[in-house]
Design a protein around this ligand. Structure first.
Ligand SMILES: [Ca+2]
Ligand SMILES: [Ca+2]
Length: 571
């Protein structure tokens, strides 16, 4: 890891007076037992443990993984506890209920505990908070941070278990306290306790603070950039689950149209076959026939081309005419009749042509979307999503925006983050099978400023052919290294290299640059491609993704509806 001389000098001068004033630095176990260190005996802390975790090797089972697929974990100090700073109706909970945010802080060993090789023991002087997935509901491992020398943190976001049912009280009212903990307070406390424990354990506050997360972790990263703009030097926030109020109900759209118009899901074999047909049809648009679609937004493949002709040449998995209509509706996302000549009718986006459809349109619906519909929108645990008609969907969609956009929509601007000097990288696998990539294009394009102004602090890397948070050479640690280099060494990340397969590397160009094959040499070598710099995206691509004004939050009309409907309107 590269560290600038200036950074080391700052750490040295900042560290000296603090450690001179502080009480003796604790051993790991003392964090769990000695009230002098702020956790033990703290009335806001329960279920406290501080454990010295020795170095270990964790191997994945073989088969299916190749023999020796192992991770070597460095020894670290693991601190687990539950934080409760709020309680009762005033904080949005039920009477007698209190905040219960589980937090894990992993600390690379200090000098007192035998750590070495970093700046303070094994610590590199920096924190890297880690994001969650789905509805969270459990603290995650932190060794991906501690193994690299960072303090690592994680939270369950204030509820237990991966269901969305925490949002609903037994009396069918919304539990605003727990929703706020999921949206905001869990990650805020995770961050603050990471800072506090670093200072306590090493005697000096971290001089660099990073966030790293994908999916819900991508939403969490954006939430903090929007709401706590000076908390981080750098944020890596991939496949972001922002627009939560909109894309989550849109994840149920495939099931609603299949149920309403076909009465049953389309078979997985057919869905896979028509996705492959789309890839085959659109592969060459980017100039290289290689199974990769560089920009699926340019792919207009019509599922009607895959209708069984009734001849001997039909694949066994071809579609009926009715199924083809539905596959197009899934790809196009929820679109209703425009009410005005300037309306698009588009409520949200679909998955890209070529993405695996079986996660959202398979034999059973995606549980996060079902839970959102049941517990959040309908506030009825017995609600059956199969009763939702297509026209009713759009009413429910507006209700979801009205009630939840302000608290967890996470689509506010980044002006304060930009002014605070933060840097953020987002990325999205373009064959993401759960979160529609065009939501990320939409957000990026709605951030204020020209492309050049945005790229000074916020960059977007679309990954062709990659799925949700991985695949096709999407490597979050490689992205994180680029972020650190940008923050600490001012190296602007214009393009990255993806190891797509053992025998293929490709460039990943920042949006809206376009990858161009140089015309000679192997198309499996990234060196034979160039990222063509562009200052704007194609107008036609932007126009086709314009959302209908009725489904955009914060228009004046919708704001009035929101304020009337929402018990959550006050953030
Ligand atoms: Ca709270
Ligand atoms: Ca191609």
């Amino acid at each position: 890891m590269r560290k600038s001389a200036a950074f080391l000098a700052v750490l040295a001068t900042a560290g000296a007076p603090l450690s001179a004033l502080a009480a003796p630095l604790p051993m790991c176990a003392q964090l769990g037992t000695d009230p002098a260190y702020g956790l033990a005996g703290n009335p806001q802390i329960t279920a406290l443990t501080a454990t010295f975790e020795p170095a270990s090797q964790v191997c994945l089972p073989s088969p299916p993984f190749p023999p020796g697929t192992c991770t070597n974990n460095a020894a670290y100090c693991r601190v687990d506890f539950t934080f409760s700073g709020q309680s009762g109706a005033a904080a949005g909970y039920l009477p007698g209920q209190s905040e219960q945010i589980k937090i894990r802080v992993g600390l690379p060993l200090s000098g007192a505990d035998g750590g070495a090789g970093g700046l303070k023991g094994a610590w590199n002087g920096k924190n890297r908070d880690l994001g969650g997935g789905g509805y969270a509901g459990a603290v995650g491992g932190v060794t991906s941070s501690t193994n690299l020398g960072y303090v690592g943190t994680s939270t369950d976001t204030g509820h237990t278990g991966g269901s969305g049912s925490f949002a609903l009280n037994p009396d069918k009212t919304l539990n605003i306290g727990l929703i706020r903990d999921f949206a905001r307070d869990g990650i805020r406390q995770q961050h603050l306790w990471g800072l506090r424990l670093a200072k306590t354990y090493y005697g000096v506050a971290p001089l660099r603070k990073y966030w790293m997360g994908c999916s819900t972790g991508g939403r969490q990263g954006h939430y903090q950039a929007q709401n706590f703009p000076d908390a981080y030097d750098g944020i890596l926030a991939g496949a972001p689950a922002f627009n939560w109020d909109r894309f989550i109900p849109a994840e149920l759209w495939p099931q609603i149209v299949m149920n309403q118009e076909l009465g049953a899901p389309i078979s997985s074999a057919k869905l896979t076959a028509v996705s492959n047909a789309a890839i085959a049809a659109c592969d060459a648009i980017d100039g290289v026939t290689d199974g990769v679609i560089e920009d699926p937004r340019r792919c207009k493949y019509d599922a009607k081309s895959f209708i069984c002709a009734g001849g001997p040449g039909d694949p066994s998995s071809c579609l009926t005419a009715a199924e083809a209509v539905i596959v197009n509706k899934i790809w196009d996302g929820p679109v209703t009749t425009p009410s005005h000549h300037r309306d698009s009718g588009k409520a949200w986006y679909g998955l890209e042509r070529g993405a695996q459809l079986t996660a959202l349109a398979g034999g059973s619906p995606f549980p996060i979307a079902v839970d959102h519909y049941k517990f959040w929108i309908k506030q009825d645990p017995a609600f059956d999503w199969k009763t939702v008609t297509e026209p009713a969907f759009f009413k429910d969609f507006v209700k979801s925006i009205a009630e939840f956009n302000k608290i967890i929509g996470t689509d506010d601007g980044l002006e304060h983050f930009r002014r605070a000097g933060g840097k953020m990288i987002t990325y999205h696998g373009l064959f993401d099978q759960l979160i529609m990539p065009r939501g990320t294009y939409n957000y990026y394009n709605n951030v204020s400023g020209s492309i050049e102004q945005k790229q000074k602090f916020y960059r977007f890397f679309p990954y062709p052919n990659a799925g949700h948070c991985g695949g096709a050479g999407l490597d979050a640690e490689r992205l994180f290294t680029a972020l650190v280099d940008w923050v600490e060494n001012k190296v602007e990340p214009n393009s990255l290299v993806a190891q797509v397969s053992p025998t293929r590397t490709r460039k990943i160009c920042q949006y809206p640059d376009v990858q161009v094959y140089n015309g000679t040499g192997s198309t499996d070598d990234h060196a034979n491609f160039t990222c063509q710099v562009r200052h704007r995206d194609d107008r036609e691509l932007l126009a086709q993704d314009e959302l209908d004004v009725r489904f955009k939050p914060f228009t004046a009309r919708l704001q009035a509806v929101m304020d009337k409907l929402s018990p959550l309107a006050a953030k």
